[in-house]
Design a protein around this ligand. Structure first.
Ligand SMILES: [Zn+2]
Length: 324
């Protein structure tokens, strides 16, 4: 079985496209301790607890510095960061101020050759139709240059209710925002299909339960819809028993475009390079496979086309130095 060095994995140009700002709050920053998390419901409660204690713009700046610092340490050249205002009671009614507080560390990182960052504002599954529409309208009116897309997340155990969010996603699309959606984690294959058909999602967060419907899998392959997968997150929250039984390898071998991501890295105590390493170890991925996964991560990120093209060129030079 091939062994790939961590230093090679860190050097591999890649993007992270499934990363929640909520999962990047260091408990020490807000004087808290982490409670053990074994379910999505516990995780969401924990995020509420941590983020609810963030009141100061300097705390947000510290969180942003942590994100770009860890991205650099793992070799991520771009991050799409999901931020769900519902978890941030001190900021949900002043989103402009929140984005401004995050802005300087992101801009500084970019100007110093660090990772580029896009924010995806996420709707909670529990929001009503009017509240979801209103949130998207607010984001569109703010037109903050750091915000590139919208997402939807939260527990689908009580139903996915995609119809309720169709209007909000359509508004976002009309305003030129990119769209991703959590589906196929706490929902099954139907959740993934609805995310595509009802919400018009361009990328699926998780999506692993698409495997419950082979027709859907074939469609994802045909349409080239990427899934942004988070192996450790799925293990911790009990969707799969361990990394070795994670369906990422099956999906990849079926031709689905998959990327590797951390979801909520500080809650799980993981980093992006470590997730690539875990997959390489579990599935015997060699440098060629890791390079293809990294390419999917860049191709599926919401960075501007010119930035994506630069990163793809950098990746090509890295994996095929002789190609020049
Ligand atoms: Zn997620």
């Amino acid at each position: 079985m091939p062994e790939v060095e961590r230093s090679w994995i860190v050097a591999l140009p890649k993007a992270e496209v499934h990363l929640h700002l909520e999962g990047c709050v260091a408990p020490a920053l807000v004087g808290q301790r982490l409670a053990p998390v074994t379910s999505l419901a516990q995780l969401l409660a924990q995020l509420d607890h941590l983020c609810g204690a963030v009141r100061d713009p300097e705390q947000l700046a510290e969180i942003a510095r942590g994100v770009v610092g860890r991205a650099s340490a793992s070799g991520a050249r771009h991050c799409d960061i999901i931020v769900n205002p519902a978890h941030w009671p001190c900021w949900q009614r002043q989103l402009g101020a929140m984005f401004d507080a995050l802005e300087r560390p992101f801009a500084e990182a970019e100007s110093e050759g660090g990772p580029s960052v896009g924010l995806c504002v996420s709707l909670s599954r529990t929001l009503g139709r009017d509240a979801a529409d209103e949130l998207v309208d607010t984001v569109v009116e703010l037109a903050h240059p750091r915000v590139v897309g919208i997402s939807i997340d939260g527990n689908e155990a009580g139903g996915s209710h995609n119809e309720r969010f169709a209007g909000a996603f359509a508004r976002a699309a009309r305003a030129g925002l990119r769209r991703c959606a959590h589906a196929g984690e706490s929902s099954g294959a139907d959740g993934v299909r609805e995310a595509l058909e009802v919400l018009g999602a361009e990328r699926i967060d998780h999506g692993i339960r698409c495997l419950e419907d082979p027709t859907l899998v074939a469609e994802l392959v045909d349409r080239g819809v990427p899934l942004d997968l988070c192996p450790t997150s799925n293990v911790v929250l009990g969707l799969v028993a361990d990394i070795a039984s994670h369906p990422i390898e099956r999906l990849r071998s079926l031709g689905v475009a998959v990327s590797v991501n951390t979801d909520d890295p500080l809650l799980y105590g993981i980093d992006l390079a470590g997730e690539y390493e875990r997959c390489a170890d579990a599935f015997g991925w060699d440098e060629a496979v890791l390079g293809r996964v990294a390419r999917t991560s860049i191709e599926s990120c919401f960075a501007p086309p010119a930035r994506r093209a630069d990163l793809l060129a950098e990746l090509a030079r890295f994996v095929e130095p002789s190609a020049g």
